[in-house]
Design a protein around this ligand. Structure first.
Ligand SMILES: Nc1ncnc2c1ncn2[C@@H]1O[C@H](COP(=O)(O)OP(=O)(O)OP(=O)(O)O)[C@@H](O)[C@H]1O
Ligand SMILES: [Mg+2]
Length: 227
């Protein structure tokens, strides 16, 4: 068995005196999709930030065998991409250039090649038609899908996704789920945080529930529900 891409051992997080979660253990293999669910405020976004090395925690977080943080700064570099819960697009760039910029930065592609690659990802998420618009003129759902296309375009070994399928209709959830399954097939790993159990079921991967005492595996429960 190759080493897992992501490994969390005994991870705990507190903000001041307030303990959020403790004893979180998690291993994610290459090409695996793991979905994490849990009530609002339990710490799902914080856990994704911990995996990305963007917040300090007790315990060990490693990506590809390297600590996720080095001297208090994320050590993820080009190995991971976090798509945040709010789209966080760059307002001064068109939707297309929001996506193309990561191709230029991470893959060193010239402008025209970067835009072509960006357009492919945008079309796959049905936002090719709004590529020339600026973020302020996009609907919330369009912004969310442009942000997701930007994450896909990064083509990092690890993709961390925070609520990227909320506020979308069932057909588009299926479209997003299919795109995620394709990414996993190419050997990349995905950790998806969501309230959306429909997408979790479409992905057919491991589903875990975050609680203050750690992660519970819900996969057996899911199997019973769907069989
Ligand atoms: N930097 C911070 N300082 C203090 N408290 C924080 C900080 N970041 C998050 N929190 C608190 O930690 C708790 C968990 O936040 P988090 O965003 O991880 O929840 P969540 O599970 O993602 O919720 P939701 O489903 O609503 O997105 C919240 O009560 C939040 O207010
Ligand atoms: Mg959140």
């Amino acid at each position: 068995m190759p080493d897992p891409l992501v490994k969390l051992e005994g991870v705990s997080k507190a903000f001041g005196d307030r303990e959020l979660f403790k004893n979180v253990d998690l291993e994610v293999s290459m090409g695996e999709i793991v979905t994490i669910v849990g009530p609002s405020g339990v710490g799902k976004t914080t856990l994704l930030r911990a995996i990305a090395g963007m917040t300090d925690v007790e315990g060990q977080v490693t990506i590809g065998g390297q600590p996720a943080q080095h001297n208090g700064v994320t050590n993820g570099n080009h190995r991971l991409c976090l798509v945040t819960q709010h789209a966080n697009l760059w307002d001064h760039l068109s939707a297309l250039d929001n996506v193309a910029l990561v191709r230029r930065l991470l893959h060193d592609e010239p402008r025209r090649t970067a835009r072509r690659a960006a357009m492919r990802y945008m079309e796959a998420l049905e936002v090719g038609g709004v590529a020339r618009q600026y973020p302020h003129s996009l609907s919330g759902g369009e912004q969310q899908r442009v942000s997701l296309a930007r994450g896909f375009a990064a083509e990092t070994p690890l993709l961390l996704l925070d609520e990227v399928s909320s506020n979308v209709d069932f057909r588009r959830r299926r479209m997003i789920a299919d795109a995620l399954l394709d990414i996993a097939k190419s050997g990349r790993s995905i950790v998806l945080v969501t309230h959306d159990l429909e997408t979790a079921q479409l992905l057919r991967g491991r589903t875990l529930r975050l609680t203050p005492d750690g992660l519970d595996d819900l996969s057996e429960v899911d199997t019973r529900v769907t069989s």
